[in-house]
Design a protein around this ligand. Sequence first.
Ligand code: FBP
Length: 554
Amino acid sequence: MNISPLQAQRLKYVPKLPGMLRHGISEISVKEGSETQSVADQKQIRKLFPNTYGKKEITFEKGVNTSEARKQVVGVILSGGQAPGGHNVVCGLYDALKATNKENVLYGFKGGPSGLLEDNYLIFDDEYIDQFRNTGGFDIIGSGRTKLETEEQFAVAAEVCKKHGITAIVIIGGDDSNTNAAVLAEYFAAHETGVQVIGCPKTIDGDLKNEDIECSFGFDTATKTYSELIGNIERDANSAKKYWHFIKVMGRSASHVALECALETQPNICLVSEEVAAKKMSLAQIADYIADSVAARAAKGMNFGVAIIPEGVVEFVPEFSALIKEINEMLAGSNAESFNALANWKEKYAFIEKGLSRESFCVFASLPETVQQQLFLERDPHGNVQVSLIESEKLFSALVKANLDERKKAGTYKGKFSAQHHFFGYEGRCAFPSNFDADYCYSLGYNAFMLIQYGYNGYLSKISNLSAPAEEWVAGGMPITKMMNIERRHGEDKPVIRKALVELDGKPFRYFEEHRETWAVETCYTYPGAIQYYGPDEVCNLTTRTLALEKGTM
Ligand code: FBP
């Protein structure tokens, strides 16, 4: 096979399990804790999940394995965006399943949840799975974004499970996919199918976390990959001393990725969307804030810098989200056709001016023309503006330039401003998992099988105490309903796992807040370098700063 030397070495890496799962399958016993309640809206959630609500949290420990000895046929699905370590979840699941009983079978449904609905699968064996150990990507079975959410889909899923004698489904996904896992688990229980559902917390965005889930897998590797690149750019900036780099990093909604990268690299600026929303900052205020740093550094002779922009920030700017809402309404139904039929941008611009309120048109008019046009390019299947396609790194650098031009006219700024733009997203989602993600993911998968073996349904595989060495990690499970509340989605009240945004009174943000004024003016860059897989513990078994700060180990 044609593989790189690093991949050849990584295939041999033996992921570390929590101490309590290291004794061999026959010595893993379960300890039940107390019954659980959903984080909010207990009455409604209980009503919606009569069969799976209120179950007990559980922990595994050394003892006699008392689980029922029955043949297990498990199906696994990778759902949503790629995150480093997904292959190891599958490997851990497979190894625990085979270690329990050689006759057990693992199905992999291909291309995401649609693989289950279309009965499109492969059956894992040693030879196939061994090629994917400790590698990045989801190509072992592929992933997809089909949502498993309707009764019709659940009925098809039940049929497919029945056909293959499947006893459990493991869904590896983010908050939405695990919400759907909980609904599917309830459906299977209500219809007495005998099929269990277990979820595993995935997403590079880091927004699937709560008091039970310390972090989602993939966040560690993705942020380390982006931080390496940002550190390299910082060093380039500090060498050439002639560019301001505007770097957008992934994270559809929450700013955990941007914040973690800032903690790792100490850039001059990092926007945090949650703060922008809390302070109701306008585009002009944000531009002014960045321009202050540019001007202060220029006054010290430093016409260079680095600014990190979270992918989702524009949606958190109140005036911008109001503009998007108006555009969506303006182009609803057949209006989109009339708009598209207009001959040129000048005519379109006049149409837009007529259709928007005065406030929104002012915001629109202040945008660079490329960004204005991006608002009308591709629309999502519901006809809405796709905010992720807006090049916010270019938007902010253009607004900063305009701000600096004004300062120049007023004689308050004499520097030079030349910008470079970058977007780091897909670069990090399929990197070779760091040792942390390789170990964490393998443990999540191994643990998911123990939950299946002990008969749990509607649980999330939970590994905690993650800032300690793997030996001290704690393995167990938590009912997904515990993480749910009711939120308004598409005009309806829906039970969903609460998304974790950056907490402005949390330790990671507070640390950033304490240092950012200095970082904005001085050059305090730190250069994390590439992820290390071999070598001293302090470089190859590092957790994220976010986790270290949250757990008080930094
Ligand atoms: P998940 O929430 O499914 O893990 O995906 C997150 C993410 O990587 C975001 O950071 C990004 O905005 C989005 O996926 C990109 O999606 P796509 O892969 O469909 O372009």
